[in-house]
Design a protein around this ligand. Structure first.
Ligand code: NAP
Length: 286
């Protein structure tokens, strides 16, 4: 990397940002594409968010990714939000153009692209999600926006799942249940796309697995996990043993990053380089 006076800066704002893999993946992508860009992790305290966004704007940053805990509050400090961010109610990418800051949500589009890569049909299908947090919100919006008939959200806290489901009123058909309820278990019979949106099974707790009544699922159900470390969770291993097609979280991670790269540069992202770098970074963490 040869940083000079013409180098364009992008980065990640979050608190904390020590464990992010994005700088290694994005900088590898810029290098492979021959672009004079640098991606910098920027730790921004929650009470400094407004000043940080103003600073990035005046420093001439081309854009930034936004992570926890700023994804919602950052919307108060930018000029406009694109449809995906408006739907999800959270921004994970900002583009600065001529002093204007526009917010996007590439998590939503990244998840959908990860399904499209595997030719998974969404239109007219029923989906079941495990977990009702920030990532689940992007997944629900993406599925409904791409024509899913219904999304059922199961979480360990049934009341939370119901409130979460109700927050999509006007976007599409959603239902929330405790995942311990019979109604939830029976809903698996009609599920076409099942998505683990909890961190259960994520490194270092790689032997943990969300429990599920697997024999309720139809063999055609596609099983997804948002976790990308490990690339194949115990949950996905089980799904494969049961004969299901699976989609891991690495594809969503790379697709959301590739979409951000493309928004900042206007150039197609070298996804193969990004996948390779992710695999290297995960292997080095072991
Ligand atoms: P979050 O906002 O904290 O939500 C986590 C959800 O999982 C909540 O519903 C939480 O339930 C539930 N949960 C947490 N621990 C649980 C446990 N031990 N048993 C049962 N349920 C549990 O987290 P998030 O940002 O949505 O992230 C969720 C997962 O997605 C993480 O593994 C993250 O790495 C992954 N992710 C991947 C990508 C990607 O690009 N591939 C992007 C974003 C996130 P309570 O509310 O009851 O605590």
């Amino acid at each position: 990397m040869n940083i000079n006076g013409k180098t364009k800066a992008v980065g990640l704002i979050g608190w904390p940002v020590e464990h992010t893999m994005s700088p290694l993946i994005q900088n590898a992508a810029f290098e492979a594409a021959g672009l004079d860009y640098v991606y910098i992790p920027l730790a921004v305290r929650p009470d400094q968010l407004g000043q940080a966004v103003a600073g990035l704007r005046s420093l001439g940053f081309a854009g930034v990714n936004v992570t926890v805990p700023h994804k919602v509050n950052v919307m108060d400090h930018i000029d406009c939000v694109q449809r995906s961010a408006e739907l999800v109610g959270a921004v994970n990418t900002i583009v600065f153009t001529d002093g204007q800051a526009t917010g996007y949500n590439t998590d939503m589009d990244g998840f959908i692209q990860s399904l499209k890569n595997e030719k998974v049909v969404i239109k007219g299908k029923k989906a079941v999600l495990l977990g009702a947090g920030g990532a689940a919100r992007a997944v629900v919006c993406g599925l409904l926006e791409h024509g899913a008939n219904e999304v059922l959200i199961g979480a360990r806290d049934g009341q939370k799942a119901q409130l979460f489901a109700a927050s999509f009123a006007g976007i599409g058909q959603t239902i929330g249940h405790s995942w311990y309820d019979d109604d939830f278990t029976n809903s698996l019979l009609e599920c076409d796309i099942l998505v683990n949106c909890t961190p259960v099974g994520m490194y270092p707790q790689v032997n943990d697995e969300v429990s599920l009544v697997w024999d309720k699922l139809q063999p055609t159900c596609v099983v997804c996990d948002l976790i990308y470390n490990p690339a194949t969770t115990k949950f996905l291993e089980r799904a494969r043993r049961e004969g299901h097609k699976t989609v891991g979280g690495a594809a969503m991670l790379i697709e959301q990053g590739a979409l951000a790269f493309e928004l900042w540069t206007g150039i197609s992202a070298p996804r193969d380089v990004m996948y390779k770098k992710l695999a290297e970074v995960i292997a080095a963490k072991r």
